[in-house]
Ligand binder design. Structure first.
Ligand code: NAP
Length: 247
């Protein structure tokens, strides 16, 4: 059976690195994006030399968008076999006492609700209980879930705590239905997410906190994701795999 992978936020950063490795392994690919159509389309164009690749705009925090996203995959790529729940945001670094309810809602909606809705749609399609043929889900959590990100974004850290719990619970819920559910927890990775937090060079500032004394690359995270998706990880479910240089 051909492998079909949906990557939320697949046009840039860790999602894009994951797409490149997955294309080399023959996955049919759906690259979801929210705003940056140009990045997603350019990547898809590059990957079409190796595999089938489509792009779909959708905000993972909106249920109708998520339904349309998965229905497009059904129609254009066929039976979904893998999901990487990668889309995620931080907001400007701040202390809890300065966080508005609107900000908290945005972070929780994208990082938590988005991950739950996409996992739900994947299970509806993959579960052998529902007539599917199984599959694998990898949630992109963060080392922040166990560190807490004080003074920067404890809202983000807490949202990733929820992603960890989603991984633990769902992995057990569907273990007998042909679906493995795991998470990676990246540390400080060189991507554009830090600019959104207001500090583009954050990794350079904080890398001394890492036992390996360096930031990681999106490709290093992608390698862990691809391995968890693969049959090489066939007896692994409910794992929270730190990709954080020892931090
Ligand atoms: P990034 O370069 O900022 O990319 C984020 C991606 O998510 C973009 O493709 C963006 O789409 C997409 N996205 C954001 N909100 C979305 C929404 N509502 N609906 C659909 N797509 C949405 O970030 P990254 O560093 O690669 O982060 C990827 C994941 O890794 C996130 O979950 C992040 O929390 C996690 N992570 C990152 C680090 C790190 O140090 N970089 C560490 C730990 C965990 P557009 O391209 O359309 O904007």
């Amino acid at each position: 059976m051909s492998k079909v992978l949906l990557i939320t936020g697949g046009g840039r950063g860790i999602g894009a690195a994951t797409a490149r490795l997955a294309a080399a392994e023959g996955y049919g690919l759906c690259l979801n994006y929210q705003h940056n159509r140009e990045a997603a389309e350019a990547l898809a164009q590059e990957l079409r030399a190796q595999t089938r690749a489509i792009t779909v705009q959708a905000d993972v925090a909106l249920e109708p968008d998520v339904s349309r996203l998965f229905e497009t995959v059904d129609r254009e790529l066929g039976q979904l076999t893998a999901l990487v729940n990668n889309a995620g945001i931080v907001e400007i670094q701040s202390r809890l006492e300065d966080m508005s309810a609107e900000r908290l809602q945005r972070v929780f909606d994208t990082n938590i609700l988005g991950s739950f809705l996409c996992a739900r749609e994947a299970v509806r399609r993959m579960s052998t209980k529902n007539g599917g043929s199984g599959g694998a889900i990898v949630n992109v959590s963060s080392a922040a879930s166990r560190i807490g990100s004080p003074g920067e974004y404890i809202d983000y850290a807490a949202s990733k705590g929820a992603v960890d719990s989603l991984t633990l619970g769902l992995s057990k819920e569907v273990a007998l239905e042909g679906i493995r559910v795991n998470a990676v927890r990246p540390g400080f990775i060189y991507t554009e997410i830090h600019a959104r937090g207001g500090e583009p060079n954050r990794v350079e500032r904080v890398k001394e906190l890492v036992p390996m004394k360096r930031g990681g690359t999106a490709e290093e995270v992608a390698e862990a994701i691809l391995w968890l998706l693969s049959d090489k990880a066939s007896y692994i479910t409910g794992a929270l795999l730190d990709v954080a240089g020892g931090r």
